[in-house]
Design a protein around this ligand. Structure first.
Ligand SMILES: [Cu+2]
Length: 546
C-alpha cells in the first residue's frame, strides 16, 4: 500500500499548487481529490513552526449531480450579495454550491480570515483565477498531524466522501516526545466512501446476521451487534477495503521494528476505534499525540507515552502512536472495532483495514524522525486544566423532523446554545451565536438530546475534555474533536461532555465555526458561529457591538 507523497517546505516556505478535481466513475460513484502541479494526489504538506505556507488553489470541479443542466443550487444569501456588487470575489462571494471549493486547515491555530483559514465567506468557483492561501504556521504550533479539506457549508459531505482530504504535518513531534526520536514514520489516511457492494449479504463468517435497517440519514442503521452492513465502506490511503469481505490492504514492516504511525480519520460520517492485533491479541499503541498536539503538551508533569489498546477517532480526529512490528513470520492486523453510535446512528461494525506483514526486506519508510532532536521549549502558557474559566456555557445537539407528524419528512439537525430557539445554521446571518473574549478560558457543557452519537469540533483552537457523561476523565492531552454520547431515553439527564475552551491564543480573534463533524449533520444545519473579540474589549461591550 502506498502513502501520500510529501511536499516539504524549503527555506521556511512551502509553496504549492493544489487543484480540486472530481470525476464520476462508470458505476456512479464520485471521486474527489486535490492534486499538486506534478499531479500528486492529496500530498502530505510538511511544514515547521514559523514556516510560510502559500497554496494556489484552483477549482476544476464539474457538476456531477445527475441530470444537472442549469446552475447548481446556490446559497440563499447569494442574490443579496450579488446585488451589493461583490460579484466573484472569492473572499465574499456568498456562493456556496456543489461545485464551490475552499480549504479548511483542521486543527491549525491560524487566523479565521480570508486567505488563511476562513470558511464562512471564502468560496472559490470553477473558472475563478487560482486563489491564494498565504499564512504562517505559528511559532508555537504544536508538532503533529493536522489536515486539509474543503468546507463549503451544505456541500461538505460529498467531496470528503469522494476523497478530498490530505494530511498537513507540523514537524518536530520527536522534540516534544523523545520516545519518537529516530523512528521511521508512516501516514495512514482512513476515508469512507459509499458502499461498493451495497446489495451484498454479509460474509458467512460473521457470527450474527443482524436485520438490515436504515437510520434517519438514510444510512445503514446501527445494529448494536458489531456486525452487518456498514453505513459506508472504508479506504486506507485510497485502497478500498469494501464490505462484505473487507479484503485488507497490506502494511509491510521490518520484524519487531518500532514505527510512528500517524492516523487520520478523514471520513465523512464513520467513527473509528483503531486497534492492532497480533494473533487476535490487542497490542499496546504508545500514544504520542492526539489531534495534532503531543500528550502532556504544556504540562510539565509528563514525558511518558500513554499505552492504549484501542483509540477512538471520530471523523476529523487524529492519533499518532508508536507501533512495534510483528516478529518474523507473525502477521498482524490493523482493524477498527465497532462503535456504538446509538439507536439513531449508523452502523460502524468491526472490520479489518490492513494486514501487517513482517519481512526483513520490507522497504524502509520514506521519512524518519530526527535522531537527537533539540527538545521543544515548554509551552509558555499555563496548562489549560489549571486555568479558571471565566464562564460556563451550555450547548446541545438535537434533531427534529421537518414535519413533526411525518416520519418520512427530512430530519433537521441543530447545535443550539441553551435557551435559544433550535435553528439550522444560517450562513447569511452576520450575528454570531456566541461571543467570547480573547485571553480567556471558558467551560462548555455540550449535551446530546438525540438518539445518535455526534462529534463536536471547533475551528481554530483546541480544548481539554474535563468530564464525559458527568465523570471527570483527567486527560493529559488536548483535542479538537470529541464524541458526545447519545441519549438512550432512559436517563434523567441528557448525556454530556464538559470542555475547557482555550481562547488565549491572540491568533484566533475573529469569527469562525463549531459543528458536528459528521458532515451530513453539519450540511443539514448542525453548526454555530463564534466571534472571539480582541482582549481589550470588555465582554459586555463586545456583545453590544456585534
Ligand atoms: Cu452529528
Amino acid at each position: 500500500m502506498g502513502e501520500p507523497e510529501d511536499l516539504r517546505s524549503a527555506n521556511g516556505v512551502l509553496e504549492a499548487e493544489l487543484t480540486a478535481n472530481n470525476v464520476a466513475n462508470p458505476d456512479g460513484s464520485l471521486r474527489y481529490c486535490f492534486t499538486d502541479g506534478e499531479g500528486r494526489e492529496s500530498p502530505n504538506l510538511r511544514v515547521r513552526p514559523g514556516d510560510l505556507v502559500i497554496l494556489h488553489l484552483k477549482n476544476a470541479l464539474s457538476d456531477l449531480s445527475s441530470g444537472a443542466v442549469t446552475s447548481p443550487p446556490m446559497h440563499s444569501g447569494m442574490h443579496a450579495q450579488m446585488a451589493e456588487g461583490h460579484g466573484n470575489d472569492p473572499c465574499n462571494s456568498g456562493i456556496m454550491s456543489a461545485v464551490s471549493t475552499n480549504l479548511h486547515f483542521h486543527g491549525l491555530t491560524v487566523p479565521p480570515v480570508c486567505h488563511q483559514d476562513d470558511v464562512l465567506k471564502t468560496s472559490i468557483q470553477p473558472g475563478d483565477a487560482p486563489f491564494e492561501y498565504r499564512f504562517r504556521i505559528p511559532d508555537d504550533e504544536p508538532p503533529g498531524l493536522y489536515w486539509y479539506h474543503p468546507h463549503i457549508h451544505g456541500f461538505s459531505k460529498v467531496p470528503i466522501l469522494g476523497g478530498a482530504s490530505g494530511a498537513l504535518i507540523v514537524e518536530g513531534l520527536e522534540r516534544a516526545k523523545m520516545a519518537a526520536a529516530g523512528l521511521p514514520e508512516r501516514v495512514f489516511i482512513i476515508r469512507d466512501l459509499d458502499l461498493m457492494n451495497p446489495n451484498a449479504p454479509p460474509a458467512k463468517s460473521e457470527p450474527v446476521v443482524p436485520k438490515f435497517l436504515i437510520d434517519r440519514d438514510g444510512d445503514a442503521a446501527n445494529t448494536g451487534t458489531g456486525f452487518g452492513k456498514p453505513a459506508k465502506d472504508l479506504s486506507i490511503n485510497y485502497v478500498p477495503v469494501p464490505y462484505p469481505d473487507y479484503p485488507p490492504a497490506v502494511i509491510q514492516m521490518r520484524p519487531g521494528e518500532r514505527q510512528l504511525w500517524r492516523v487520520l480519520n478523514a471520513s465523512a460520517i464513520t467513527y473509528l476505534n483503531i486497534a492492532v492485533l497480533f494473533n487476535r491479541a490487542p497490542q499496546p499503541l504508545e500514544l504520542v499525540a492526539m489531534d495534532g498536539v503531543p500528550m502532556s503538551h504544556g504540562d510539565p508533569t509528563g514525558e511518558a507515552v500513554d499505552p492504549q489498546t484501542h483509540l477512538g477517532l471520530p471523523p476529523g480526529a487524529r492519533a499518532e502512536f508508536i507501533v512495534t512490528g510483528p516478529a518474523e513470520g507473525q502477521s498482524g492486523l490493523l482493524v477498527t472495532r465497532t462503535v456504538d453510535t446509538g439507536p439513531g446512528g449508523e452502523n460502524d461494525p468491526n472490520r479489518a483495514l490492513a494486514t501487517i506483514v513482517a519481512s526483513k526486506t520490507a522497504p524502509e519508510p520514506r521519512s524518519r524522525l530526527e535522531d537527537s532532536p533539540q527538545p521543544l521549549a515548554p509551552d509558555s502558557k499555563a496548562w489549560l486544566g489549571s486555568v479558571a474559566p471565566v464562564r460556563v456555557r451550555r450547548l446541545y445537539f438535537s434533531e427534529k423532523l421537518a414535519v413533526p407528524n411525518d416520519p418520512t419528512s427530512a430530519v433537521e439537525f441543530y447545535l443550539t446554545v441553551d435557551g435559544e430557539e433550535p435553528k439550522m445554521f444560517d450562513m447569511s446571518s452576520g450575528i454570531p451565536n456566541i461571543v467570547a473574549q480573547q485571553g480567556t478560558v471558558e467551560d462548555w457543557i455540550i449535551e446530546n438530546r438525540s438518539s445518535e452519537l455526534h462529534a463536536f469540533h471547533i475551528h481554530q483552537l483546541h480544548f481539554l475534555l474535563l468530564d464525559y457523561n458527568g465523570r471527570p476523565v483527567n486527560e493529559n492531552f488536548l483535542r479538537d474533536t470529541v464524541n458526545v454520547p447519545y441519549f438512550n431515553g432512559r436517563t434523567l439527564t441528557y448525556p454530556s461532555v464538559r470542555l475547557r475552551m482555550d481562547f488565549r491564543d491572540p491568533n484566533i480573534v475573529g469569527t469562525f465555526v463549531y459543528h458536528c463533524h459528521l458532515l451530513e449533520h453539519e450540511d443539514k444545519g448542525m453548526m454555530g458561529s463564534i466571534r472571539v473579540e480582541p482582549a481589550h474589549l470588555e465582554p459586555q461591550k463586545a456583545a453590544e457591538i456585534r
